[in-house]
Design a protein around this ligand. Structure first.
Ligand SMILES: Cc1cc2nc3c(=O)[nH]c(=O)nc-3n(C[C@H](O)[C@H](O)[C@H](O)COP(=O)(O)OP(=O)(O)OC[C@H]3O[C@@H](n4cnc5c(N)ncnc54)[C@H](O)[C@@H]3O)c2cc1C
Length: 475
């Protein structure tokens, strides 16, 4: 008989969290600490969503999305998780750019970028300083009509090299383009520029297992391999229950960490929402997806002087279409040293590229496998210039595509970074449509990435707490 992953669950909880991405995990933790009973349901066999890892024979552990996040993670993890988690966050200092326009290394801080843009690109200090201050001052309530392209035109007209330096890493970090609102760029760029790029020492597995321990300490009932099929809503548009693995479990509120469009159209159903809201939600554009190649070296083999993150491109200038193309000309290499995972002696490389779901979705099986193989081969060809003789050092190589991301996280079209900007409003106004239904997870560019997801989990769980706690009890 199939194992019952819901054995022993209660008939009812205060809050059911659907999905264990960083927003779902954080939301569940905050709500449990506030004293609510919380059930966390995850369809996959491990927690973390996109913040995940996998193991392969020979002792290789590959991280999927641990490439870099802003310093703000330290504060958020200390406040909403544990000091132990916050203390494991360390800076990555070796960021590299290699492309036809320039070759440089940086610590990815405002200070170092200012030095590079003034000394190497010969832009006056005052202009650079004004740009950084302008970007830093941008916030959600600003005019949203200016695009990132217009922002760059304002400060660095005609300077495609400067635009590339400033934009390429952010496009990798959240899929944003020059046509997206400038505030999405300003907020994310300034978050990174405040102190540089950070990582979690110990790897994603160590982080997520520490989070799981903390959730259990705070009393969250965690269930994996539990696919939520439906959020039940009554005629007055109030959340009643969720249906998961064929079982109905009642609740007062739902925090969905599933993709915002799946939440509305697949889990609840368009018939429960105002037509105008349905129209708005239908128009929300998904962000792009990704491909990755995972390369594990033989024991005793390593690499020298590669840095931590290398933005490689063969394309003449910054070009989003080229970055998404199946004919890959841009890659971000993450180099993982044994120190990344204390106790391990393994050297690993993960190559990431942005990708369009449609380019991979409809390939017949044989062609799909051939394209994955081609991706591995062309990636190794490219990597050879940074790790000479890499093919002789390899123990394991495999690729993932947008189909892989869709399969494991159930994001529509394998969207790596949720939705474009307009998804944020649809996500935030969800509880105005259905009483007791909330969303936290990658939306609107600003709320994606590790830091955005964690912070959005906190914001939404505080709203749920406010709604569930009677005013008299909150005094
Ligand atoms: C290749 C790649 C590289 C990245 N690199 C970085 C990086 O270097 N730095 C950075 O900050 N960010 C990076 N990101 C982005 C970052 O990982 C994500 O933005 C973030 O982890 C998303 O968190 P989330 O809370 O939105 O949930 P997600 O990670 O999207 O998780 C949602 C969870 O919900 C579950 N779920 C969905 N539907 C259901 C259902 N019906 N029932 C049960 N469970 C369900 C899914 O299985 C999943 O576990 C990267 C992403 C990718 C794909």
């Amino acid at each position: 008989m199939a194992k019952d992953f819901l054995k022993g669950t209660k008939d009812s909880y205060d809050i059911i969290v659907i999905g264990s991405g960083l927003a779902g995990l954080t939301g569940a933790n905050v709500l449990a600490k506030q004293g609510h009973s919380v059930l966390l349901l995850e369809h996959h066999y491990q927690l973390g969503g996109m913040a995940t890892w996998f193991k392969r024979r020979g002792g290789h552990i590959f991280d999927i999305s641990l490439h870099g996040f802003p310093v703000g993670m330290i504060k958020s993890c200390r406040k909403y998780w544990t000091p132990e988690i916050a203390d494991s966050i360390v800076q990555l200092k070796g960021i590299r750019f290699e492309n036809p326009q320039f070759s440089l290394r940086t610590s990815f801080t405002r200070e170092d970028f200012t030095r590079i843009i003034t000394e190497k690109f010969q832009i006056p200090y005052e202009t650079v300083d004004q740009f950084f201050s302008y970007a830093r001052g941008m916030n959600f309530y600003d005019d949203q009509s200016m695009t990132t392209r217009q922002l760059f035109e304002k400060f660095f007209p005609g300077r495609s090299d400067v635009v590339r330096l400033l934009m390429e890493p952010i496009t990798y970090a959240n899929g944003s383009t020059l046509e997206d609102p400038a505030i999405t760029y300003g907020i994310v760029f300034s978050n990174f520029m405040s102190k540089g790029v950070f990582t979690f020492k110990g790897g994603t597995d160590a982080l997520v297992l520490k989070m799981k321990d903390e959730l259990e300490r705070n009393g969250v009932d965690i269930r994996i391999r539990s696919l939520v099929e439906k959020v039940e809503v009554d005629a007055q548009r109030r959340v009643q229950a969720v249906h998961v693995n064929g079982k109905r479990i009642a609740c007062r509120a739902v925090l969905s960490n599933s993709n915002i469009k799946s939440t509305i159209f697949n889990l609840v159903g368009a018939e429960h929402f105002d037509p105008a809201y349905v129209e708005e939600a239908s128009a929300v554009r998904l962000n792009n997806s990704s491909c990755q190649v995972y390369i594990g070296l033989k024991p005793g083999e390593g690499f020298e002087n590669c840095g931590d993150l290398l933005f490689h491109s063969e394309h003449e200038g910054f070009d989003i279409e080229a970055m998404l193309s199946r004919n890959v000309s841009s890659r971000t290499f993450s180099f993982y040293y044994p120190e990344t995972r204390p106790g391990s002696d393994r050297w690993l490389i993960v190559s990431s590229t942005n990708a369009n779901f449609k380019d991979w979705a409809e390939l017949p099986e044989a062609e799909y496998e051939a394209e994955k193989k081609r991706l591995c081969e062309t990636t190794l060809d490219c990597l050879d210039q940074y790790v000479p003789g890499v093919r002789d050092k390899i123990d394991w190589v495999e690729a993932s595509t947008p189909r892989t991301f869709q399969h494991y996280t159930r994001h529509l079209q394998g969207a790596s970074f949720g939705t474009k900007f307009e998804g944020l409003k649809v996500s935030q106004t969800l509880p105005e449509q259905i009483h007791g239904l909330y969303h936290a997870g990658s939306v609107g560019i600003i709320m994606s990435g590790w830091l955005g997801a964690v912070n959005y989990g906190v914001i939404t769980s505080n709203e749920i707490d406010k709604a569930l706690t009677p005013a008299s009890a909150a005094v």
